[in-house]
Design a binder for this molecule. Structure first.
Ligand code: GLP
Length: 230
């Protein structure tokens, strides 16, 4: 089934809707496994989430990615999640998972993360979108069969994220598609081209997010600016 696309008049309504999906999921199954994302797009989502006071007491979460050995000026995604999620919800820290930023052995750390996240299916994966079509840190060219792995960040992503850090650990594209249900959120005109490629150009590793068209339960939430080229 092709992704369902919903376009919202405002980002406020979009994030409110996204939080309601998560709320229903946790109501239906309090012990849900939830995949989480970072990035600027997600900040208003986490702000809405904090206000909604959802019950995460039985839930388990898995973040998608983390910088590897971040340079001193780069804020790790762990720090981001502490600020916007861990300190704002009742999630138990032992049920919160994110790839390590300074593992002794990054390959082994990636394998262990893959094992933990795919132990049973993620019930709901929430995704952002890079302007070059990346999901997690799966940059263009990443095979669709990829599992959790170390990736070299492209110059464009380093510029967009304002970091000099060269590598990251990310769940793979196959790891992402393993989830039962996927929600992708994109806002702003700078995402319009990637949204068009994701939905209307041939499925290709040139746009990692186009792999989502191979999944049977994907909903894409857009504001008008991100939907501009459709
Ligand atoms: C980042 C993260 C992704 C995120 C995407 C969009 O690099 N690795 O998980 O979804 O790029 O980020 P933003 O919302 O800041 O545009």
């Amino acid at each position: 089934m092709p992704p369902k696309v919903l376009v919202f008049a405002s980002t406020y309504e979009l994030h409110e809707y996204a939080v309601s999906i998560l709320k229903n999921q946790l109501k239906k199954k309090p012990s849900s496994r939830i995949g989480l994302s970072t990035g600027k797009t997600m900040i208003p989502f986490y702000n809405h989430l904090a206000c909604a006071k959802l019950n995460f007491s039985k839930a388990t979460t898995f973040n998608q990615d983390e910088y590897l050995k971040p340079d001193s000026k780069t804020r790790s995604f762990k720090k981001y999640m502490e600020k916007y999620f861990l300190n704002k919800t009742n999630i138990s820290p032992k049920n919160f998972h994110i790839p390590e930023s300074n593992p002794a052995n990054s390959k082994k750390s990636a394998q262990e993360y893959e094992k933990a996240i795919t132990k049973s299916k993620v019930d709901l994966q929430i995704l952002g979108l890079g302007r070059n079509g990346h999901i997690g840190f799966n940059e263009p060219g990443t095979p669709f069969i990829s599992k959790t792995h170390v990736i070299n960040l492209t110059p464009s992503t380093r510029k967009a994220n304002n970091t000099k850090t060269r590598q990251a650990l990310t769940i793979g594209i196959s790891t992402t598609l393993h989830a039962k249900k996927i929600i992708l959120i994109a806002t702003g005109e700078h995402k319009a081209k990637a949204i068009k490629t994701l939905l209307q150009k041939p499925i290709s590793t040139k746009c990692p997010a186009s792999a989502l068209r191979k999944h049977k339960d994907v909903t894409i939430l857009l504001d008008k600016a991100a939907a501009k080229e459709l």
